[in-house]
Design a binder for this molecule. Structure first.
Ligand code: ZN
Length: 332
């Protein structure tokens, strides 16, 4: 059995419920949906968190569908899902909540006397810390971009080798082609903005193996990526001993150890010449830039690149991100 948010779920039971996490000015209660499955056999508790950014849907959708399909007589341990962990951002169909303009994935472990986003993060994280043995944090790229699903794992100072090894096994077995390893112990500082307060980092610091699944594009439910997510969750559960059977993996996986965003140096429209998953040599044209059909120029790859994601929305200003690429990678 598992008890989460004061709900006791007995072995062999599936529970879908909501808990109140705050209220709006006109007294509408904000509800957090929770899914909890207790297997008939003993085992660890895997927690899946989705929609920490309110427009990132595919991973949540995968977890919700899978929660209906799992045979609890075959499940060893428990699966807990917070599919819409950021209800206000979800309501806004946006990465962040309009109530307090906070990014929840910078707010963990949360603050019970803080802003609404921090308070919701605190309510969720307290339960994660108390019950979870492992965690998958689902994301997508933002809505202007598209990418094949990829995973991200972080090396965080102070995390034990044992926790890192379990996290690595989880990430690898998740079974997507592109897998990123971000070393926060050094000074690469590749990510824009804040990285502290991210759910996966907070979990790792507390000894809970965790990684991120980046499941395509925001603002969409893409059936292909929902299926990738479901297979990935099953794979991780097999690796953790929660399900029987072999892990389903692609023939080739790559490990990307250095990444960067490429940004436009001018305004106009872009036409991509590459797609997510392509491997290109330095100097090859990544995209053409034009203005209502008048060719302005093209954007050569600044180095050998593994294309993680590309911009789908063609309208760019100076400084807009036009692609997300790996610049160091190897077959894993
Ligand atoms: Zn996200």
């Amino acid at each position: 059995m598992v008890t989460v948010f004061d709900h006791a779920v007995q072995a062999g039971q599936r529970a879908y419920f909501t808990i109140p996490v705050g209220e709006l000015a006109h007294k509408a209660v904000i509800q957090l949906p929770v899914i909890a499955l207790a297997g008939e056999k003993d085992g660890p508790t895997l927690w899946i968190n989705g929609t920490v950014h309110g427009d990132e849907l595919n991973g949540s959708y995968a977890a919700w569908e899978l929660s209906r399909e799992l045979d609890l007589s075959q499940l060893a341990g428990n699966l807990v899902v917070t599919p819409i962990c950021n209800p206000m951002a979800f309501e806004c169909r946006n990465k962040i909540s309009a109530v307090d303009s906070m990014d929840m994935d910078t707010a963990f472990p949360g603050d019970d006397s803080g802003m609404l986003t921090q308070r919701i993060a605190a309510i969720i994280y307290r339960e994660i810390k108390r019950t979870a043995n492992a965690l998958i944090s689902f994301h997508t790229m933002a809505t202007p971009y598209k990418a094949e699903p990829y995973s991200v794992r972080k090396l965080v100072p102070g995390v034990s080798e044992e926790v890192n090894q379990v996290a690595e096994r989880m990430q690898r077995s998740f079974g997507v082609v592109a897998n990123c390893l971000v070393n926060l112990c050094g000074s690469t500082n590749e990510l824009p903005g804040v990285t502290s307060g991210a759910l996966d980092i907070t979990c790792l610091k507390d000894g809970i193996p965790a990684f991120m699944g980046e499941m395509g594009q925001g603002g969409k439910i893409d059936r292909r990526y929902v299926e990738v997510g479901k297979t990935g969750i099953r794979n991780v559960m097999k690796t953790l001993g929660m399900l029987e059977g072999d892990v389903e993996k692609p023939e080739r996986q790559v490990l990307i150890t250095k990444r960067r965003f490429l940004r436009s140096n001018e305004g106009g429209f872009i036409t991509m010449n590459v797609a997510s998953g392509d491997e290109v040599k330095a100097g090859e044209s990544l995209l053409d830039i034009h203005y209502y059909g008048d060719q302005i120029g093209s954007y050569p790859a600044p180095a050998d690149c593994y294309i993680i994601g590309t911009r789908e929305n063609p309208v760019v200003s100076t400084g807009d991100r036009i692609a997300f690429v790996g610049t160091e990678w190897k077959t894993w």
